[in-house]
Design a protein around this ligand. Structure first.
Ligand SMILES: NC(=O)c1ccc[n+]([C@@H]2O[C@H](COP(=O)([O-])OP(=O)(O)OC[C@H]3O[C@@H](n4cnc5c(N)ncnc54)[C@H](OP(=O)(O)O)[C@@H]3O)[C@@H](O)[C@H]2O)c1
Length: 232
């Protein structure tokens, strides 16, 4: 079995720690300069993971936007954008979602055994549905991605997925962007939920970088000894 990929968690949140509002529309937390930085992180990754909740709420495309970065990937023998990956228990996914759009990327759906047939019916040839067992272990998902050749995994939310990867100590790096406003609604989705985190008052995470990007701030945390070993 291959080692799990270098895993980078990328997230934007409000000053009060929310990823979104309750509204059905996507909340724009970042700015153009930071979106471009995130695009560079995507281009440097082999796969991008989001939870099924993010596909349903935000309908992200998860493609590399810059033509130059796409071309540079192709020059390196890679597809223009990384493989898209999601996890689902219920398989309530719409094959018309942007995640599944026809493009040059592979799509993997790690699905609970009970919903595999439904997922294959709904998604057809739009994605490869992987039977990930009755209870999906994020560690097993990461290890399976490693077996498929993924060396650098970027995780773009949402809160449920971030919570599992952090509490299971599966993250090597956290890139947290703080937007200059409050959401102020405890019913909205937080960056993470309850759990036993490896980083706590007795074991502080390592702050590796602070960078102002126009009106947002990027905080980079080193979460494992592998931090920074992901350079191509
Ligand atoms: N600000 C940002 O950077 C950012 C980025 C991404 C998302 N968001 C926001 O985050 C919110 C979504 O977060 P969320 O926590 O609700 O959803 P999420 O983490 O995107 O996805 C949660 C869903 O993923 C599936 N899942 C996760 N872990 C699983 C496991 N171990 N086994 C099986 N299935 C699993 C389940 O799907 P099923 O329900 O299909 O079974 C679960 O309901 C949205 O409001 C979105 O706008 C913000």
């Amino acid at each position: 079995m291959a080692d799990r990929p270098y895993t980078l968690l990328s997230c934007g949140m409000s000053i009060d720690g929310f990823l979104s509002t309750r509204a059905t529309t996507r909340l724009m937390l970042s700015n153009d300069a930071d979106f471009d930085r995130v695009d560079g992180e995507r281009a440097a990754s082999d796969a991008i993971l989001v939870g099924a909740g993010t596909i349903r709420k935000d309908n992200p495309r998860l493609l590399v936007r810059s033509a130059e970065r796409r071309a540079a990937r192709v020059d390196r023998g890679l597809p223009p954008s990384p493989t898209k990956v999601t996890v689902t228990r219920r398989a309530e996914l719409d094959c018309a979602a942007s995640f599944f759009a026809t493009d040059d990327t592979d799509k993997l759906v790690y699905c609970s055994t009970d919903a595999v047939d439904a997922a294959r019916d709904r998604l057809g040839s739009a994605a490869d549905v992987v039977d990930a067992g009755r209870d999906i272990s994020m560690r097993r998902v990461c290890e399976d991605l490693g077996d498929r050749g993924v060396r650098r995994l970027m995780v773009e939310g949402g809160g449920t997925v971030h919570t599992q990867l952090l509490t299971e100590d599966l993250a090597d790096e956290l890139q947290l962007v703080v937007a200059p406003f409050f959401v102020g609604d405890s019913g909205a989705c937080r960056f993470v939920g309850d759990g036993a985190y490896p980083w706590n008052p007795d074991r502080r995470a390592t702050l590796a970088e602070v960078r102002q990007i126009d009106d947002v701030v990027l905080l980079r945390y080193a979460l494992s000894p592998r931090f920074g070993t992901d350079a191509p």
